[in-house]
Design a protein around this ligand. Structure first.
Ligand SMILES: Cc1cc2nc3c(=O)[nH]c(=O)nc-3n(C[C@H](O)[C@H](O)[C@H](O)COP(=O)(O)O)c2cc1C
Length: 489
């Protein structure tokens, strides 16, 4: 029997819920979660920035295959960091059969992030992936498991085949994953394969299967996850549409209000009675970052809450310090605004955006950006007329997208999240020594409330301030009394 966390610090990509944040939260006895999105790219850019503090080197030194870790170091490490106006090296983009060096980078980068998050304590650490970003799944998950990740949390899609992958990797067995390919028929070969033993040959540690938590936003999806998964689903996060990051689209036809935001209605509400009847632990997310909302969630039968926005702006988060400071100042001035953009994300899910001068939330900054797609995490796989698989992104140059069979109307308002999210965490690409990629900060609607975490007289707050505020006061039942037969470290 193991005690479940009351607070899950939500996975925040890319790099916002970094190893530092997850470690801080897990050290406090709650569940710290690193984002598993684009960790290969993040490791490569941290190394090109000179690995300040030597943390990546420390993580690499723990990897079971020394030669593989050294290859990565030699390829990307720049002593003292690259010159500010120099571009970062481009990685090969992911594909159904990604080059071996990219798969290695994924395994190692996920290993390093989880290893660092687990340093200095014995509590569980989780990793979060977006189901829609499928191409790096297998090597990423294996790398995180090699580092002893305790929880895998996944949403933004229907991750029915992830539990089976965890089962197989726990025994270092090969696993497969079916790639979603637009326009492909059932028979086509869409299977991605990853065989652990081909990668890490020596000293394979024995692994424990991580606890798997699916992030869902409807009763239907919750039930589907439990009935149709190919392995055990251990819990659910029920996420509402005020949450930061991507949101599930509203049910039915998309309707916009006068501000241009998607309208959600009664059909989007989740019936918690039915969730309780599923008989498994669940956490509520989306506007649950306060003591009152935590108490409400516990009273509704939840094991606790998943909180993102409050942690995104604390000192340990991976967001650039200047973005945190500027947005906190806006919160204090009462001028912070969050917009649910129905079009920005190439995934076609609504994406929450904090209004910030100098970022892609502003029209003139967006329209001055030349469309370039050179990172490719959000590309959609599609079947070409000749029957092969190719990739396209609705934020890439319009003519390229249309030449690949994409519809021109799908490109309107699309923003390159891949490059923006790297800029958010201080690794913006620089083009021709002149153009520097701009950020685009995502946040939940609760952004306007985060000043409540500031200690008196302070202009910043820590993960510990968030946890202390949420856990303060009395509960209707003792904390930590929730337990179940799932195992985690
Ligand atoms: C900056 C930011 C990035 C996020 N990125 C992800 C992500 O990559 N994957 C995911 O499942 N959820 C993501 N989320 C959602 C959080 O994990 C969490 O469920 C949500 O923030 C909870 O609602 P709250 O923002 O009202 O606290 C993100 C949230 C924020 C604020």
């Amino acid at each position: 029997m193991s005690v479940l966390p009351t607070i899950i610090q939500g996975g925040m990509g890319a790099g916002v819920s970094s190893w530092r944040l997850a470690r801080a939260v897990s050290q406090l006895g709650q569940l710290g979660v690193v984002s598993g999105t684009a960790l290969d790219l993040i490791l490569a850019r941290r190394l090109q920035d000179g690995d300040p503090g030597g943390h990546m080197r420390r993580g690499l030194d723990r990897f079971p295959n020394r030669e593989m870790a050294d290859r990565i170091w030699q390829t990307y490490y720049v002593p003292g960091g690259k010159p500010q106006r120099a571009p970062y090296k481009l990685l090969p983009t992911h594909s159904k059969n990604s080059p071996i060096e990219l798969q290695e980078l994924c395994v190692v980068a996920n290993f390093v992030e989880v290893t660092l998050a687990r340093e200095g304590h014995n509590n569980a650490v989780g990793i979060n992936y977006l189901e829609k970003v499928q191409l790096p799944h297998l090597p990423s998950i294996y790398g995180a498991m090699l580092a002893g990740v305790g929880y895998v949390l996944m949403g933004a899609g229907v991750p029915l085949r992830i539990p089976g992958v965890l089962d197989r990797f726990a025994n270092h067995e090969p696993a497969t994953y079916l790639l979603q390919v637009t326009g492909a028929d059932e028979g086509g070969d869409r299977t991605m394969v990853f065989a652990p033993k081909a990668f890490v040959v020596r000293d394979l540690p024995s692994l424990t299967r991580p606890t798997f938590i699916a992030i869902v936003s409807s009763n239907t999806l919750a039930t589907t996850m439990l009935r149709k998964s190919d392995g055990k689903v251990d819990g659910l996060v029920i996420e509402g549409y005020t949450a930061g990051g991507h949101n599930a689209p509203p049910r039915g036809k998309l309707q916009l209000d006068e501000r241009g935001e998607a309208i959600y209605g009664e059909r989007d509400a989740v019936d918690l009675t039915k969730i309780r009847e599923l008989g498994m632990p669940f956490w509520l997310a989306g506007g649950y970052g306060s003591h009152e909302k935590l108490t409400e969630a516990l009273a509704a039968g939840a094991a606790g809450v998943q909180v993102g926005t409050a942690f995104a702006f604390c000192e340990e988060s991976g967001l650039s310090q200047n973005h945190k400071r500027t947005l906190l100042a806006k919160v204090l001035a009462g001028t912070a605004r969050v917009f649910t953009d129905p079009f920005a994300s190439p995934t076609s899910f609504p994406f929450k955006v904090a209004r910030l001068e100098g970022s892609l939330s502003e029209d003139e900054i967006y329209s001055s950006r030349p469309r370039v797609c050179d990172l490719g995490y959000l590309r959609e796989a599609y079947r070409t007329p000749s029957g092969t698989i190719d990739y396209r992104c609705s934020a890439e140059p319009v003519t390229t997208y249309v030449s690949k069979g994409g519809r021109v109307e799908d490109t309107f308002g699309k923003k390159c999240l891949c490059n923006a999210l790297m800029a958010n965490i201080g690794h913006p690409q620089v083009r021709n020594g002149k153009y520097t990629e701009h950020p685009l900060i995502t946040s939940g609607n609760e952004l306007t409330e985060i000043s409540r975490f500031l200690p008196v007289g302070s202009s910043t707050y820590t993960a510990s301030d968030v946890v202390a505020k949420l856990m303060s006061g009395r509960y209707s039942r003792p904390l930590g009394s929730f337990s179940c037969d799932i195992s985690h470290r």
